[in-house]
Design a protein around this ligand. Structure first.
Ligand SMILES: NC(=O)c1ccc[n+]([C@@H]2O[C@H](COP(=O)([O-])OP(=O)(O)OC[C@H]3O[C@@H](n4cnc5c(N)ncnc54)[C@H](OP(=O)(O)O)[C@@H]3O)[C@@H](O)[C@H]2O)c1
Length: 339
C-alpha cells in the first residue's frame, strides 16, 4: 500500500526533508501496521539529520520520527496481544513521521482510554527519558537537589514535572525568555547565558547539588562537575553543544571525544559519579522496563498528574518548518506532527 511520509535524503540542514509517497510492505510475522495519529519531532531527529547521532545512527535516506501514537490497522501473523482498532503508543526511534508504520507488537503499549493523541505522544520520548534517568539511573531520593540543563525544553520540562512529583528541589538553566516555563513548573531558573551557573548553584544551595542532568555535553560536563556536592552524580545524556554555538560543521568525533573525557572524571573521585543514558540502548537492554515505565507515564497522564508542554502541532507537510524551529532553539516544549 502507498504511505505518505517525510524522508531525510542526506546529511545536512532541514532542506533535506521531503514529503514523499513510498510503498509500505505488509506487516511481517509478529508485526502490526499502525495508522499514525500523532508523531513527535525531537532533537534526536536533528542529530540524526546532521549525521551526529551517537548511538546506532540510521543510514540515509530514512524516515524520522522517534515516537508515535496510532491506531492498529492490521495485525501480521503471530500477533497475540493486540487487535485491529486498538490505540497504542510506541518509541520508534525512526519511521514515525508517516501515515503508517509497521512495528513489532512487543514495542507497543496499549493507551488508557480517553487520552489526547498530542499530549500522549509528547509523553513518550521526553518523559520516558526523564523518568528512566531519574528513577533507573540517578535513583533520586525525595528532597535531593537537582540541576537540569535546557530545563524549558521537551525533556527539561518532563524532568521538572516528574521531579516535583518525586519531591525534588529542582534548578533549571534556560534562556531568560523561557524562565516563566521553569517557575510555572516549580523550578528555580538560572540564566546560564548571563550568570555563572557554578556560582549561582553554590549561592542557592551552599554545598552544591546531588544530581546534574546534562543534555548539553561537551565541555559542559566539566562545568556540571563543579556544581556537584560531595556525593553528587551527573547523568550525561545529550550532545546539544554540537548543534549550537560552533561555527564548523558538526563532527561526530567531537561528540565521542567529549563523551570519553567526561567519563574520565570517574577516575578523579570515588564519591562523585558520571553516569550515561541512551534511550534506545536502554530499551534494548531493559525491554520490560520500557513497557512498564511507558505504561506508568501514560497512567500518570490519564490521572492528570503530568501535563506535557506542547509548543506546536503541525501537518506532516510542515516537517521542514518544524526542524527549523528546533534548529533555531525556538521551541518551548514539544512539536507534534499530525499525519
Ligand atoms: N540520551 C537520550 O536517550 C536522550 C533522549 C532524549 C533527548 N536527548 C537529548 O536531550 C537534549 C534535549 O532534548 P529536547 O528534545 O528536550 O530538546 P529541546 O526541547 O529542543 O530543547 C533544547 C534546548 O536546549 C537548549 N540548548 C541547546 N543547545 C544548548 C547549548 N549549547 N547550551 C545550553 N543550552 C542549549 C536550548 O534552550 P535555551 O534557549 O534555554 O538555551 C534549546 O531550546 C538533546 O541533546 C537530545 O538529543 C537524549
Amino acid at each position: 500500500m502507498k504511505n505518505k511520509c517525510v524522508l531525510i535524503n542526506a546529511k545536512g540542514d532541514s532542506k533535506q526533508l521531503q514529503l514523499v509517497e513510498q510503498d509500505l510492505p505488509e506487516p511481517e510475522f509478529g508485526q502490526v501496521r499502525v495508522k499514525v495519529l500523532a508523531a513527535g519531532v525531537s532533537s534526536a531527529d536533528i542529530l540524526m539529520r546532521e549525521g551526529v547521532y551517537p548511538v546506532d545512527p540510521p543510514s540515509f535516506p530514512f524516515i524520522p520520527g522517534y515516537d508515535i501514537v496510532g491506531m492498529i490497522d492490521k495485525c501480521g501473523d503471530g500477533v497475540k496481544k493486540f487487535q485491529r482498532g486498538q490505540k497504542v503508543a510506541a518509541l520508534t526511534k525512526i519511521g514515525g513521521c508517516a501515515e503508517f508504520i509497521n512495528l513489532p507488537e512487543n514495542d507497543l503499549v496499549l493507551m488508557p482510554p480517553g487520552l489526547d493523541n498530542v499530549e500522549s505522544v509528547a509523553i513518550i520520548l521526553n518523559y520516558l527519558t526523564a523518568y528512566q534517568i531519574l528513577y533507573r539511573v540517578a535513583k533520586v531520593k525525595t528532597g535531593e537537589k537537582v540541576l537540569v540543563y535546557a530545563a524549558a525544553g521537551g525533556v527539561g520540562t518532563a524532568f521538572l514535572q516528574l521531579g516535583k512529583l518525586a519531591g525534588l528541589d529542582m534548578f533549571g538553566t534556560a534562556s531568560l525568555a523561557k524562565h516563566k516555563t521553569i517557575t510555572d513548573l516549580g523550578g528555580t531558573p538560572i540564566d546560564y547565558k548571563n550568570e555563572d551557573v557554578e556560582e549561582k548553584i553554590k549561592s542557592l544551595t551552599g554545598d552544591g547539588v546531588d544530581v546534574v542532568l546534562d543534555s548539553i555535553g561537551g565541555e559542559n560536563c566539566f562545568r556540571s562537575y563543579q556544581t556537584l556536592g560531595e556525593k553528587g552524580r551527573i547523568v550525561s545524556f545529550g550532545a546539544s553543544f554540537i548543534l549550537h554555538g560552533q561555527a564548523a560543521e558538526p563532527d561526530i568525533q567531537e561528540v565521542f571525544f567529549w563523551w570519553r573525557a567526561s567519563l574520565a572524571l570517574n577516575l578523579i573521585s570515588k564519591s562523585r559519579k558520571v553516569l550515561t543514558y541512551a534511550i534506545s540502548t536502554f530499551k534494548q537492554e531493559n525491554h520490560d522496563w520500557y513497557l512498564e515505565d511507558l505504561e506508568t507515564l501514560l497512567n500518570l497522564l490519564a490521572e492528570k498528574k503530568i501535563q506535557p508542554v506542547i509548543y506546536k502541532t503541525m501537518n506532516l507537510s510542515e516537517a521542514q518548518e518544524a526542524h527549523n524551529l528546533l534548529d533555531n532553539r525556538a521551541a518551548n516544549g514539544k512539536i507534534v506532527l499530525l499525519p
